[in-house]
Design a protein around this ligand. Structure first.
Ligand SMILES: Nc1ncnc2c1ncn2[C@@H]1O[C@H](COP(=O)(O)OP(=O)(O)O)[C@@H](O)[C@H]1O
Ligand SMILES: [Mg+2]
Length: 207
């Protein structure tokens, strides 16, 4: 595989093609804003649970949405990537481009990735239009995540069986100014209601 220099494509012989339908046209068609809702938080904080519950709640409200979930993406698109800092960054870079495509297509895309590095998340924000990237900090304390341990990963990490585990043996950088912060010591229904109220999905000027 050829290396691309910085943000530039490897090939010089490519030119962007323009369609006739704009993002605004698609938003008007679907009747809601298209945004990327980026959940970030420790393993076990509740990202997947919240994203899938929100997806179901949005479907009930006729909002077109789709979840990109960490492990699911690592089974396919990113199956060549591990958990080294470089691979984590590349993982998020590829996902960010997928999010941007979904968002451009008029969809509310919900993501559930630990995404431990603030700089990586800022890169995702940078490729979105102003107001179309909503960072949601799933602010569950490490001890609560560890007590939940839904996949048994904290036990393995404490036993030294997982070398790069965010919050234990690898860093997690909390977002300094997320659009939304969720306290998952509240019941799931309350968290979903909070998200539905806070998300800027109504058509009209972006907030
Ligand atoms: N309010 C809540 N929001 C999300 N998850 C919750 C909440 N309360 C309890 N949980 C539990 O916490 C665990 C979160 O696991 P998961 O969603 O897989 O986390 P992550 O995707 O962040 O690794 C699940 O077992 C879920 O049932
Ligand atoms: Mg998950």
């Amino acid at each position: 595989m050829s290396e691309s220099a910085g943000n530039q494509p490897v090939s010089r012989n490519i030119v962007r093609a323009e369609g006739q339908v704009s993002g605004a046209d698609r938003e008007a068609h679907f009747g809601h804003r298209a945004v990327t809702v980026w959940f970030t938080g420790l393993s076990g904080s509740g990202k997947s649970t919240l994203a899938f519950a929100l997806e179901a709640a949005l479907l009930e409200r006729s909002v077109a949405s789709y979840v990109l979930d960490g492990d699911n993406v690592r089974f396919g698109l990113n199956r060549d990537l591990g958990f080294s800092p470089q691979d984590r960054t590349e993982n998020i870079r590829r996902i960010s481009e997928v999010c941007r495509l979904f968002q451009d297509a008029g969809i509310v895309v919900l993501t559930a990735f630990i995404s431990p590095y603030a700089a990586d998340r800022d890169q995702v924000r940078a490729i979105h239009p102003e107001g179309a990237f909503i960072e949601v900090f799933v602010d569950t304390p490490l001890d609560v995540c560890e007590a939940r341990d839904p996949k048994g990963l904290y036990v393995k990490a404490r036993a030294g069986e997982i070398p790069d585990f965010s919050g234990i043996s690898a860093p997690y950088e909390p977002p300094p100014s997320p659009e939304i912060t969720i306290d998952t010591t509240q019941p799931l229904d309350a968290c979903v209601a909070h998200l539905l109220a806070a998300l800027p999905l109504s058509n009209g000027p972006r907030r």
